[in-house]
Write a protein of this length. Structure first.
Length: 214
């Protein structure tokens, strides 16, 4: 089985990238012929701007742009989608949000119908979210950020398209753990990704708290 690991961070030496590659390493170490591709949106120069051409495609007045089609085909080849990202302003970085705005489009991720609910078209695609934050778990709990991000991302985006969120891990600041432990957690997430022959369900709250810089 094949995992597409999408990472959104401008610094290839960042901890975010190390987590993404740790996940990919875990997928490979799991054996069984499983593979992983790391899609570095910043290095690849993906344009996150939702343009007039994207709007026309949304209204089904024009075909999707070539770069959007390439990303959709890359997801179509995957048995699981993993998003690895730093938390910026309690959400995705703008680059990753723009990737979703453009790629998870009407006619591919969902289908709008006049007079009826949208058709959810990504029911076969398990999604795993790995968010790296600079605040501790107490801050997230105290201000309701866990629930807010779940509503916004899991329900508002992937629920709308029918893609099941199989795992959601928050890797947060703490003095209790170090980066080595965090990277081991990332490898373990990769090892378990296709346990049982399908993308397995993962943690719904912080997988581990760790002192880090995104």
């Amino acid at each position: 089985m094949h995992a597409l690991i999408v990472v959104s961070h401008p610094d290839p030496e960042s901890f975010t990238h190390r987590v993404a590659h740790g996940l990919a390493e875990g997928v490979a170490l799991a054996g069984g012929g499983h593979t992983a591709e790391v899609a570095d949106l910043a290095a690849e120069g993906f344009d996150p701007r939702f343009s007039a051409a994207d709007h026309a495609a949304h209204k089904e007045q024009a075909p999707p742009a070539a770069d959007v089609t390439r990303e959709q085909q890359r997801i179509d080849r995957a048995d699981a989608l993993v998003l690895v990202y730093p938390v910026y302003w309690w959400s995705f970085p703008g680059l990753l949000k723009g990737w979703i705005d453009r790629v998870f489009a009407n006619g591919w991720a969902y289908e709008e119908r006049a007079g009826g609910p949208p058709v959810k078209r990504l029911g076969r695609l398990p999604v795993h979210l790995v968010a790296i934050g600079g605040a501790d778990a107490g801050t997230y709990d105290r201000h309701g950020y866990f629930d807010a991000m779940k509503t916004q991302i899991e329900h508002g985006i992937f629920g709308y398209c029918g893609a099941p969120v199989a795992g959601s891990a928050f890797l947060l600041e703490s003095a209790a753990q170090d980066r080595a432990a965090q990277l081991e957690t990332a490898r373990n997430l990769g090892l378990a990704l296709f346990a049982g022959g399908r993308a397995s369900r993962g943690a719904r709250r912080p997988a581990q708290d760790v002192s880090l810089q995104c």
